[in-house]
Structure formats: C-alpha cells, structure tokens
Design a binder for this molecule. Structure first.
Ligand code: GZL
Length: 325
C-alpha cells in the first residue's frame, strides 16, 4: 500500500502538482533548531512555526529550543540528519562555526534552510535563507536619530544583542555606518545585553554608574529596552520626548505600545512572522522548483506620536491595532 501511495505521490509531484508528503507518503518531517526563548520576538517566531507547520497542513514539525547554546544546535542538527528528516531549518545563535555541520547535512541530501539570523558560511553549503536585513535595520535607527537630532550633539550608549549573532552584528554595523558621518555623536560604550530584559537592566545599571551624562540609549531589542527602562526608573532618570532618547528594535506589540506612549522614541521592526515564507519555500522545493538563495522578510520603523519623520511611521492607535504581532 505504501509503495502505491509513494508512486502516486511521485507521479503527482512529477506533474507539478504539490502534496506535502515525502516519498513514503508520510507527513514531511521538519526539524527546526530554534535560538531559544530569550525574548518576546523569539516567542512570537516559535508560536508562528507551530501555527503554520501543522499536521493538518502535512507537516511533522520538531522544534528544538536550544536555549542560546550553539553546541546544542550543532548536535540537534546532527540528530535530525541521523533521523533522516525531510528538511532542516536552522536559526543560528551565532554566525560562526557552521561549515562542518552544513556539509554533513548537504552530504546527507537533506535540504537546509537558514531562517531569521544568518551564518558565516558559503551559500553553497545550504539550500536557501529567509530573513530580515539587520544592517538595514541598524541604518534605519541611525537615520531616524540623524533626522531627530538635526545636528545636535549626542552621547550615546548601546546595549547590544547577543555577541556573535547576525542580529547584533548587523544592527551595530548599520547604526555605526550612519554614526560615522556624525563627529558630533559620541558612542560612550557598547555592551552585550543578550537580548533579554535582565541583560538590558544589568547593562544599563552599569552604564548609569559609569556615565552620569548621556542622551541616547540604543537597545538591540525591545526586551533590553524594558530592562533599560527598569534601571532608569530605579535611578530616577526620565526618558521619552524631551528626556533621554530610547531607540529599540523588534517592534513587538509591547514595544510599539511603549512607543505609542512616548517611552520608546523609535522602534525598528524585525518581523518574526516568517514561517509561511519558509513553508512556501519548502512547497516550491517539493514541487521541484528552483528557489532564490535568499528571501527577504520586509520590515519598517516606528516613532513616538508628535514626532514627524520621513524615515519611519509615526505611531497611532490605528497603527497599533493593525499589527499582526
Ligand atoms: C532578529 C532576532 C533577534 C531579535 C531578538 O532577527 O534573531 O533575536 O531581534 C531575538 O529579540 O532574541
């Protein structure tokens, strides 16, 4: 019976019709090594995969929360290879250290999709990648600050994302590219807050001790921004329009609420709703189509009410109500 079903599937696929079934006619086994559970963004991304890769849709998804442990990601990918998964999706905690395991996946003939963050490895070593442009996100933040300061001097503190992650590397690169054009800006310090609220609070507490004078805090994600706010609240430091400027990334629902309330002045989106894009890539591959080497997930930026901007969208209740996450 299985052989007949497999033949039918092969014939159907050969005719370009698509079924989400592997050669044995079973559900497509998808292995996803997820970064962890460090932020609201991450939880939205994980939930999105569970919502999309359902059995009803023809998938058997195994999503592993690797809790920011690169070695665990490598060993789980190797487990997926051993279990002969149909597709392997990797959201790499860090950009480095992927060549060997990607070669093993490729030698096993398993299509590999790099999702969200990126790897420092030849694109020849994986099938395709899906993600946002983190450098552009950093540039958007820099260009908004350039517009908002309009030539004024600024002392800037940066709470970075996890060291070695493409998100932290890209956002820093993009922001610094704009900052390089502004000798009147001074970046006082830049420290890893690991994309968590506790991390953001600890770094901001240290910054407050070391830097009595500062004007801007750039946080590489919303959870770090909440932690920075906690630290500033405890120290009696005000932030918002006319006070210390907080710039953040992710534009999660809570982040945009705080932007609408004027606590965060600029929040640059990084869209976690990526699972349908990944699913469509898998369906195309199943149908024997060629896919682009990279699929960009578009995003934009937002600023607090009362701030006019040509760079980002000014927040309103309607903008918040229209958000998907
Ligand atoms: C960005 C993503 C980052 C988010 C953080 O694409 O990898 O990781 O900006 C998350 O919130 O922790």
């Amino acid at each position: 019976m299985k052989k007949i079903l497999a033949l039918v599937c092969a014939l159907v696929m050969a005719c370009g019709l698509f079924v989400t079934a592997n050669a044995e006619g079973d559900l497509l086994k998808i292995g996803y090594v997820q970064v962890g559970h460090e932020s609201d963004w991450r939880m939205a991304n994980t939930q999105n995969y569970f919502d999309v890769f359902t059995k009803e849709a023809g998938f058997d998804l195994e999503l592993i929360d690797c809790d920011n442990d690169h070695a665990l990601q490598l060993s789980k990918v190797r487990e997926f290879v051993q279990k002969d998964f149909d597709y392997i999706v990797i959201d790499p905690i860090q950009t480095a250290g992927w060549d060997d395991v990607l070669k093993e996946v490729q030698d096993a003939g398993i299509p590999c999709i790099i999702a969200d963050r990126s790897v420092d490895a030849s694109p020849d070593l994986y099938t395709t990648a899906v993600g946002t442009d983190m450098t552009a996100e950093g540039e958007t933040a820099g260009k908004w600050l350039e517009e908002y300061l309009a030539g004024k001097e600024a002392k800037i503190l940066v709470i970075e994302g996890s060291t070695g992650s493409s998100a932290a590397i890209g956002r820093a690169e993009g922001f610094n590219k704009v900052a390089a054009n502004h000798p009147e800006w001074e970046i006082l310090a830049s420290q890893d807050g690991d994309f968590t609220q506790n991390g953001g609070q600890a770094v901001m507490e240290d910054f407050i001790k070391r830097f009595p004078e500062f004007d801007v805090v750039v946080c590489h994600n919303d959870n770090e921004a909440y932690g920075a706010m906690d630290a500033m609240d405890a120290a009696g430091i005000k932030y918002g329009v006319g006070e210390k400027i907080i710039i953040s990334f992710d534009a999660t629902n809570e982040g945009l609420k705080r932007t609408l309330d004027g606590q965060i002045l600029c929040d640059v989106e990084c869209n976690p709703i990526q699972a349908v894009i990944v699913m469509n890539v898998i369906k195309a591959l199943q149908a024997g189509e060629t896919v682009e080497k990279f699929t960009l997930v578009p995003d934009e930026g937002f600023c607090a009410p009362g701030i006019e901007s040509a760079i980002v969208t000014t927040m309103t209740d309607e903008v918040l109500a229209g958000r998907k996450y």
